[in-house]
Design a protein around this ligand. Structure first.
Ligand SMILES: Cc1cc2nc3c(=O)[nH]c(=O)nc-3n(C[C@H](O)[C@H](O)[C@H](O)COP(=O)(O)O)c2cc1C
Length: 143
């Protein structure tokens, strides 16, 4: 039984109402609890950044579903690796909404970034997943 985490970024399908986001989260939490998946979903002006952790098979199955979901596009896998323990063990799917520039700052990216710019940067900047993890895992601990 191997524990892994995966991170990807994508863009929310334009024209979808905020209700669609609520629906994604609600369903995610319900499903993830059953599959013992935990993680964190960040939303920043149309950009998604999601970390999913759990048993390898469960994570892979979920990623296959997510990739095909028509409610977002530009799915770009960023990280997939074994982990020794979970960072978000109490969260079937934590959620945070951030301004893109605030997210850029957390990730150590310079300048005022829009969602599209951030999306491109995330795909090419090395080392940021550790910052992402540290920032949000700390926040989860603090409650
Ligand atoms: C940005 C985004 C994140 C998602 N995250 C999850 C998730 O963490 N867990 C989950 O079960 N579904 C998630 N989904 C939904 C899946 O793509 C898919 O609709 C769902 O797993 C299907 O569940 P069902 O077969 O029970 O209807 C996400 C979708 C999007 C667009």
């Amino acid at each position: 039984m191997a524990l892994i985490h995966a991170i990807y970024t994508s863009i929310f399908q334009e024209g979808l109402k905020p209700d669609a986001l609520e629906a994604i989260l609600e369903k995610s939490r319900e499903n993830n609890e059953k599959q013992q998946i935990t993680g964190m979903l960040i939303y920043a002006s149309g950009l998604f950044l999601q970390l999913i952790e759990g048993e390898e098979q469960a994570v892979e199955a979920l990623l296959t579903n997510i990739k095909e979901d028509q409610r977002h596009y530009g799915y770009a896998p960023l990280v997939k690796e074994p982990i020794s323990q979970r960072s978000f063990s109490d969260w079937s799917m934590g959620f945070a909404e951030e301004k893109p520039e605030a997210l850029g700052k957390i990730l150590g990216l310079e300048g005022a970034l829009g969602a599209q710019e951030l999306f491109e940067k995330l795909k090419t900047t090395k080392g940021w997943p550790r910052l992402f993890l540290e920032h949000y895992a700390e926040r989860v601990k603090k409650g």
